[in-house]
Design a protein around this ligand. Structure first.
Ligand code: OKP
Ligand code: ZN
Length: 336
């Protein structure tokens, strides 16, 4: 299977995150990509397809903000990484804000996603990596793997959050649409619900979003991913949320994924983006499912059995020492 990764992605390395009331070491570390690369035997750098495919799913003002935030943060005399602390929950609308703290909150939904001087470049190249895998599949590969980092599925059109800045799965899905695939599906099997991907396509009938994830009643991102969220307008019925309780293991996860795959088949998808997180693994430090390393091959086998051309994009997975084996297992299930 073709595998893609851009060295620029490694430069995004925030210091600290707000975790359960304390500042702790940032979990989404560059070493994650190194471990995956070592386990899968390396990857090829993607070509630069420019800003247009990213701007197809994100607001221009938001992308400007991602680029400018570190400069404004420094200009305000702040040390460390840019982190928001106030959010416009009374109603998000285009206000003329000037202070960096106001801009940060207006373009984020949590305080766990710092922006560094290298964030924009890393997120840009993470998206190029997703595009390379997408185009490889559009050109005839059955499947291709994008080692995306930073991840993307929590980022919406105009907001970041959950370690995510540019929604690489949405960039991939939109690129497939723009290349002429009529009905694209995103299957999100990260432990956490992909609220950003859901939001981006919520009112569209041409991109189906299905997610198997930890019940947001107990788990991040809390305010999205509930079973009654089914899409709106033209997108009514084109969102499927399958929350599972903490402790879910292969049997429960596999049955939920089968429901998602049935719905994707009924939708008539002609292209699949697999938003893959390995944080469903039993030893993940911030998650609570019980999948084993071997289970990822089983789940991948079920996805591959649909016969859908598939671009795989990397999302979460924070047990750094197990991450390589878990990703290698997933890819083996596609090839086997
Ligand atoms: C990103 B992805 C809990 C902190 C939660 C955010 C988790 C982001 C997960 N104390 N931090 O979906 O793997
Ligand atoms: Zn996750």
């Amino acid at each position: 299977m073709k595998r893609f990764y851009a060295p620029q992605q490694a430069s995004h390395a925030p210091e600290l995150e707000l975790h359960n009331g304390a500042f702790t070491a940032y979990a989404e570390v560059p070493q994650r990509a190194e471990m995956i690369l070592a386990a899968i035997g390396g990857a090829v750098p993607p070509p630069d397809r420019g800003l247009a495919p990213i701007a197809a799913v994100h607001d221009a003002a938001y992308l400007d903000f991602l680029r400018d935030a570190p400069t404004l943060w420094r200009a305000a005399g702040r040390p460390g990484d840019a982190i928001p602390y106030a959010f416009p929950i009374v109603g998000r609308r285009p206000l003329a804000l000037s202070r960096i703290d106001a801009l940060l909150g207006a373009h984020a939904f949590d305080a766990t996603t710092p922006i560094t001087e290298r964030t924009w470049d890393a997120a840009y190249w993470s998206a190029q990596t997703a595009l390379a895998a997408t185009h490889a599949v559009l050109e005839g590969e059955r499947a291709a793997f994008a080692l995306c980092r930073p991840p993307g599925h929590h980022a919406g059109r105009d907001y970041c959050g959950g370690y995510c800045h540019v929604n690489v799965a949405a960039v991939a899905a939109q690129a497939a649409r723009d290349a002429g695939r009529a009905r694209v599906a995103v299957l999100d099997i990260d432990y956490h619900h992909g609220n950003g991907t859901q939001d981006i396509f919520y009112d569209r009938g041409d991109v189906f979003y299905a997610s198997v994830h930890a019940d947001p009643a107990s788990d991040y991102p809390f305010y999205w991913g509930h079973a009654d969220e089914r899409g709106a307008g033209e997108g009514e019925g084109a969102t499927l949320n399958l929350p599972l309780p903490r402790g879910a293991a292969l049997a429960g996860f596999r049955a939920a994924q089968a429901r998602a795959l049935d719905a994707i088949a009924a939708f008539g998808a002609d292209f699949l983006v697999l938003s893959f997180g390995a944080d469903t693994w039993e030893g993940d430090p911030i998650s609570h499912f019980r999948l084993t390393t071997g289970d990822f091959a089983v789940l991948a086998g079920d996805v591959a059995a649909t016969g859908l051309p598939c671009a795989i994009v990397m999302e979460g997975g924070y047990a750094v020492n197990a991450l390589g084996a878990n990703v290698a297992s997933l890819l083996s299930g596609f090839e086997g």
